[in-house]
Write a protein that binds this ligand. Sequence first.
Ligand code: PEP
Ligand code: MN
Length: 331
Amino acid sequence: MIIFFKKDIDRKCSIENIKHISGLDFVPFNFDENYIGIHILSDVDEKFIYDSIDGIKDIVYVDKPYKFVSRDFKKEDTIVHIGDVKIGGEYFETIGGPCSFENEDMFMEIAKSLKELGVNIIRGGAFKPRTSPYFFQGIGKYALISMRKITSDLGLKLVSEIVSTEDIEFFNEYVDVFQVGARNMQNFELLKKLGECNKPVLLKRGLSATIEEFLLSAEYIVSKGNINVILCERGIRTFEKSTRNTLDISAVPLVKKLSHLPIIVDPSHASGQFDLVEPLALASVSAGCNGIMVEVHNDPENALSDGHQSIKFKRFDDMNKKIHKIRKSLF
Ligand code: PEP
Ligand code: MN
């Protein structure tokens, strides 16, 4: 049960009052500038609530394990603002960039080329959660400093993966969007801490996470007060070995039905093959996703990570043109 209140009384005082009067256990949520919501954790009937608490605007029942990310809680699509760039509802973005920042020259070349191709948000890994400890692990903090300088000079937004709660303060200064990778989808301490920031979080689906687990991970962030969550379907592990993962296209319309949060698709990690990126991107756009994130490299053959699934600029541009055509035919 979620109760909405008008915010015209001092929020802290009213919330304390509610707790004091009702003795209920709940999680508060800043719904918008006019209302706050509280999710009641205890079993209680509506009459008791109306009798004991003043100022109620509405009571909503969400019969899913996730509450604040549910469509039942919020009917309208959430639009995540990354500065002046928006994702969600009718707003769509194609995010591109290398798997990892390797050096200043390569990142500069990729960033400049993508900017010319109309990209607003660029990706680049600084801390890489690799399967083997002997694989390239990323350049670390220096990469973030360098990527921030290059992207700010070019007027691009930056998304990069954070792997540890210890780095939140540093990341907060250098990135526009925190990426939580598939391997950290259930790093609940990280999710809770990111929920206390108001910067957007791009949350990738875990390697073998169900949709319900995926949405519950988003709930960890949103229930702490940060509604700026972009979900990302990036393929799940199945018995099929010919692709790196299996892209779960059904996740797109299903998540849109179950949640108000935007969902984007990463066909690079889903397929693991550069020539499958475009068809999977187009299928995802047709399924209604709010954005695409792909790995783009100037020299994929010599990339330090994920070169085999990285596309070059020409292929990126062709894909983007087709995406625009599909979107035009859909809306
Ligand atoms: C990435 O985007 O670089 C990445 C590591 O992806 P995932 O977490 O989906 O494997
Ligand atoms: Mn990668």
